[in-house]
Ligand binder design. Sequence first.
Ligand code: ATP
Length: 315
Amino acid sequence: MSHAFVEVQQAAKRFPGARGEEDLTVFENVSFQLDKGEFVCIIGHSGCGKSTIMNALAGLDSLSDGAMIMDGREIQGPSLARGVVFQNYSLLPWLTALENVRFGVRARWKAWDEARVTEHSLEYLEMVGLKGVEDRKPAQLSGGMRQRVSIARAFATKPELLLLDEPFGALDDLTRGVIQDELVKIWGQDRQTVFMITHDVDEAILLADRIFLMTNGPQARIAEAVEIDLPRPRARAEIVKHPHFYRIRNYLVDFLVNRSGELRTADLDRRGLHYPRAVNPVAESATDSDSADAPSSASATDKLVKFTPKETHHG
Ligand SMILES: Nc1ncnc2c1ncn2[C@@H]1O[C@H](COP(=O)(O)OP(=O)(O)OP(=O)(O)O)[C@@H](O)[C@H]1O
């Protein structure tokens, strides 16, 4: 029996086909584990099933096959032990920023008096740089500020598992960078277990202990778990100068551009790979020439580059 904090066993999701078409098997035989306190990012082409996996982990959707277990108990519905942040903020529009955070905190700690709920909520709003605007409603906040409220709300309730579905996808690069830094800071303090979807390779390297790489659907799988052993704390400006950064980055981009569509479920099954293959690109390329450390193009050093996903076609 495994002692992982989260254990996903042979998960599959099928959606019924429309108008007599065949059912769509989005993914199958997806198995993985998350350790307590780990930060894991998942990357894959659009439509491969990342959000579907996340919704099942959140307890918002069910699996067709397999099981998801957290702390020894099967996930069978939403729970305050799991916090979710979506791309579209999902704040309650009629409540102020503070009230949005207080809402979750009050639900989590029912015995707390009002003053304590407020104090705790303000602490998290301050952590994401929102001191002074706590009385504004979502409509009076910028997109970046709204996303900060979502993050403060999710972290303030101290869920044992935080599920982040492209939380910075709608933000401009500058705001995104600032909020990434805030996320690193809060996570460094609380060390909650985080599972995050992103399309941004550099964001994943900055944040993750491991990056899961998904093959293209249908019948997608998590093929590899790439270890990111860059030292922490990590800073955006510094991480690109680390000698291992481009080895890791090139490995991830190569998977997404060249290999995600080639690795078929049948091959992985033949090789007995139900769990993702653990990969350390730095160790694996240790015998390569030093040029592997260099950026693949000069412009790649200019800013953190966002991987542009392509649609997975189900036919
Ligand atoms: N309720 C549903 N009914 C039928 N098909 C669905 C349903 N929800 C999702 N799908 C299909 O399942 C597949 C996976 O969707 P999902 O949103 O999980 O992908 P994703 O990897 O998160 O994509 P993206 O990166 O674009 O957000 C897609 O082909 C999608 O059309």
